[in-house]
Design a protein around this ligand. Sequence first.
Ligand code: PNS
Length: 159
Amino acid sequence: MRRAVCPGSFDPVTNGHLDIVGRASQLFDEVIVGVLINHSKTGVFTIEERIEMLREATSGYGNVRVESFHGLLVDFCRAQGAAVVIKGLRAVSDFDYELQMAQMNIGLSGVETLFMPTNPLYSFLSSSLVKDVVKWGGDASSYVPDFVRERLAARLRQN
Ligand code: PNS
């Protein structure tokens, strides 16, 4: 079985992430979305909340699973039996750091990274920007699923 991992922080999942996961799901037998547990960075949502939203957003795909991981991405890939990491590239500015990580990961373990160009509709999109837009009452309806936008608004606009 050909498995790929789509890793990230997903705080929260955006339509840009979902575009990549959905396209990857057509190319691989199984796609595992790996949510990084990063103890040194507190997010807006807990890991459990991020996973819950990702599971809801990807429930229409029969071959996508959502799991959390900590430590090295390559160890998670090995544990999941995945030989490939899929990363979306929004712009050239993403490339430098992504290349470094891809080269480190192949050196560490042989896990390959495949880059997928982001849909141009989402080339400027990030979870951070969406959080800012929602926090200040802007319209983020094109950028995240409705239920994510509602949860963000409830979380960010209560203060
Ligand atoms: O959504 P993000 O925050 O841009 O995702 C970054 C992520 C999770 C893909 C990256 O930080 C990662 O792979 N972290 C795991 C730690 C690791 O394996 N580090 C060495 C990679 S070179």
